[in-house]
Write a protein that binds this ligand. Sequence first.
Ligand code: E4P
Length: 214
Amino acid sequence: MKFFLDTANLDELRDAAAMGIVDGVTTNPSLVAKEGKDFKTLVAEICEIVPGPVSAEVVSTEANAMVKEGRELAKIADNIVVKLPTIAEGVKALTVLAGEGVKTNLTLVFQPLQALIVAKAGATFVSPFLGRLDDIGHDGMEVLSEIRQIYDNYGFRTEILAASLRHPLHVAQAAKVGADIGTMPYKTFKSLLNHPLTDIGLERFLADWKAAQQ
Ligand code: E4P
């Protein structure tokens, strides 16, 4: 399973990337707005820190305008992925951009048919938002599992990018269900390695070592 970081914060990205297991980055307009920087400059910096796929989202809602924005975003760096909303206009834009060889990430997916449609239209990545489904009492993991089954039934090559992962259990379950990628906030990424017995064990090893030196 590949790990993407869901952030536009450069300090978080540099720190996480140093572990050598960050395969890509997802951003969205809300995350970019929090940084208060010029969008394209920020995205270019992110693309330098992480050489893997970096999703940058369009803010237009009409297909031609999305295509125009997408083409501009794709010029920023070779590893840019144009993120498009999963609405009819987004699928039209996807068809054009995919035809031009631009990588795409279809976002805000909440049910399997949306995922089936964007795969048919040639999306590079599909982003089901698991946490936001759980927030309203639906089963995000079940939706992920249905998308996996549909893609496997028909051999779609669109990669399933499990998004809106809020805690380590989400990441572990998404891996079990067979998501190709999990994108998560920095806080979740940092907590993946945590276990109290690891901390207690290390503390004990160091204390025993110190005692033997006296
Ligand atoms: C992914 O591409 C999205 O930016 C992200 O996972 C949304 O997560 P949230 O629901 O925690 O905002």
